[in-house]
Design a binder for this molecule. Structure first.
Ligand SMILES: [Zn+2]
Length: 194
């Protein structure tokens, strides 16, 4: 099976969902809500810190400290993306030594590529979902679980149209893979059908 077997389906589905939630331009992005690079960094760092190691295991907090997401858009990449790795924070001296916290953990940051036209919440939520999902899953089940969870929780999207569209587009998801996601969405679902 293709490593990123449902990427195209996810792109099409998210377009429909953003449009349903009132975003009408061709990329289905809320370009009127473009923020500065500094604000983008603040937003994705905030989201990362709320959800890291909560939905899926992301790193070992007893050995590593990672509380920062940096925005980078070098090499003229046109598309937003999330880099898989954890990057060492150094102390900036001539010999770039790796920085440690007082209790001896190595300090890392995550890196998101975010071209200026993608600095809207929808794109940032998509990319940070990659950071929160296991690396290998690409646009697979774990990614979709997280992305839907954040769409509902952070973007305040309604759940039932999201699920309907997931099924219509033949996208695989399984909220039960994360207890936190399953419980939350189950509760939202019950409230929506009231
Ligand atoms: Zn993606």
């Amino acid at each position: 099976m293709d490593k990123d077997y449902q990427r195209r389906k996810v792109y099409n589905w998210e377009k429909v969902i953003h449009r349903y939630n009132g975003l009408n331009n061709s990329q289905s992005q809320d370009t009127s809500k473009i923020v500065s690079k500094e604000e983008a960094k603040k937003y994705v760092t905030l989201i990362w810190n709320i959800y890291k190691n909560q939905l899926y295991h992301n790193f070992r907090p007893q050995y590593a400290y990672c509380s920062e997401v940096r925005i980078d858009n070098h090499k003229g990449r046109r598309r937003a993306c999330m880099y898989n790795g954890f990057y060492n924070i150094t102390d900036g001296k001539r010999i770039l030594r790796k920085r440690k916290t007082k209790d001896g953990r190595y300090m890392f940051y995550k890196k998101m590529c975010l071209p200026s036209h993608s600095r809207d919440k929808q794109s940032m939520i998509h990319e940070i979902s990659h950071a929160l999902a296991p690396n290998a899953c690409r646009h697979g089940i774990d990614f979709v679980n997280i992305y839907v969870y954040l769409m509902v929780k952070e973007l305040k999207y309604k759940l039932s149209p999201i699920i309907k569209a997931l099924n219509k587009h033949g996208i695989k998801f399984d909220f039960k893979k994360s207890k936190r996601i399953y419980n939350y969405l189950n509760k939202v679902n019950r409230e929506e059908v009231k």
